[in-house]
Ligand binder design. Structure first.
Ligand code: ACO
Length: 361
């Protein structure tokens, strides 16, 4: 049998064909089922992107209205589980709480599992955030979109249209992104025929890490710590002297700027009272890139999605400890799509390792 040794991070290894999305790291381009990201986000909401991703694979695929209804009905179904969720998650962070919540969903549920998951995540997240503020959970409103309803459940009342559109653009932007660590995890679990809920739960666990979906909270911590743009250069030089990784920068595939960063940056600019914060963030970003060029010459490191995710979610008044959990609400659409694709045509994913330990004498 042909044996090939690969980089420990599977750098450059192609492990499957997919119709879902293409990440072009040299051109800085993301294509989702034939659509450029920028065009997709300006023409479809989150449910529209989910419908596109699921087209040809699952009930509701290709039909935005059906997906919207499926997710809305599932939010109502999920609300019944909220007391059980809250009883089991005291003291946990929001993403840890979602981990428990997904774990509670039964494989035997008759509702299509993509709806079950995509309905539960926003309802559970809002309830977990309200519980942290000692507030009662707010029931979902199935007449709304996921973004509208999630913001309403978090804030206690409808947010203005510009905020709802901002969150919708975020969820659509992060819905799918090639074979990132969490999506690959979902596909490994799906390849064993463990089912969609188990695959999505595993993906959430992979997303949680600071090298993947856990970066935007620390981006805000960094912006707070730098304090003013004039301090950025010294702050970054000190950070590199200590070996600190700059959150929101660098990417395995993108060797140029992540195209999602600009979509989200433009979305921040549509929100009221963000001009000052945005101008500061742009200055700090410039300083970070210059520092990366100075301290890591030749590595081609640039801004990734998480930098402006942090700015956008802050402007939407989402608490920073909820950023990773909110990322999961959007990315769940892509995880489900990849599970369908894996289940339809894939074999069990089972690579080999090279044993380097001692041998019996
Ligand atoms: N800050 C400082 N140095 C960096 C950064 C960074 N953000 N990213 C990469 N480097 C350096 C590494 O130290 C390494 O330097 P070396 O050659 O001197 O050892 C070189 O660039 C290559 O980096 P790797 O870690 O090998 O790159 P890899 O592809 O394995 O990692 C990753 C990619 C994890 C995203 C990395 O760039 C990183 O940790 N970034 C910060 C965390 C972050 O923002 N994550 C979100 C990514 S987007 C997403 O997942 C949704």
């Amino acid at each position: 049998m042909l044996q090939t040794r690969v980089d420990s991070g599977l750098d450059g290894v192609i492990v499957a064909d997919t119709v879902m999305s293409e990440v072009d790291g040299e051109e800085g381009r993301l294509v989702v089922r034939g659509h450029n990201l920028q065009e997709l986000v300006s023409s479809r909401g989150f449910e529209g992107v989910a419908a596109l991703l699921w087209e040809g694979y699952a009930e509701g695929g290709g039909d935005e209205a059906a997906v919207r209804k499926g997710m809305a009905d599932a939010r109502v179904r999920a609300f019944a589980d909220v007391p059980k969720l809250l009883a089991a998650t005291a003291g946990l962070t929001p993403v840890e709480g979602l981990r428990v919540g997904l774990g509670m969903l039964p494989d035997s549920e008759r509702l299509p599992h993509q709806y079950l998951v995509c309905g539960a995540l926003p309802v559970f997240l809002a309830a977990l955030l309200n519980a942290r503020k000692k507030l009662s959970p707010i029931a979902p409103d199935p007449s709304l979109t996921t973004a509208q309803d999630l913001l309403r459940m978090i804030r206690g009342q409808r947010a203005g249209e510009v905020f709802e559109k901002g969150l919708d653009a975020y969820l659509a932007t992060v819905a799918d992104h090639g074979f990132n660590a969490s999506t690959f995890t979902a596909r490994v679990v799906a390849s064993t025929h463990a089912g969609l809920i188990s695959a999505v739960l595993a993906a959430l666990c992979a997303l949680k890490g600071p090298l993947h979906g856990g970066a935007p909270g620390p981006v805000l911590d960094m912006l707070d710590d730098i304090g003013e743009a004039s301090r950025a250069e010294a702050w970054f030089d000190d950070a590199f002297a200590k070996g600190t990784t700059l959150m929101g920068f660098g990417h395995r595939i993108y060797k140029v700027r992540d195209p999602r960063a600009d979509v989200l940056k433009n979305t921040v600019a549509t929100l009221p009272s963000t001009a000052g914060r945005l101008a500061y963030a742009v200055e700090v970003e410039r300083g970070a890139i210059a520092a990366l060029r100075r301290h890591k010459p030749g590595r081609r490191l640039d801004t990734n999605v998480e930098y402006y995710t942090a700015l956008l979610l802050e402007a939407l008044d989402v608490p920073r400890e909820a950023f990773t959990a909110l990322f999961a609400v959007g990315r769940a659409a892509g995880w489900c799509a990849h599970v369908f694709e894996q289940e339809k045509g894939g074999r069990i994913i089972r690579p080999q390792s090279n044993y380097v330990g001692p041998r019996p004498s």
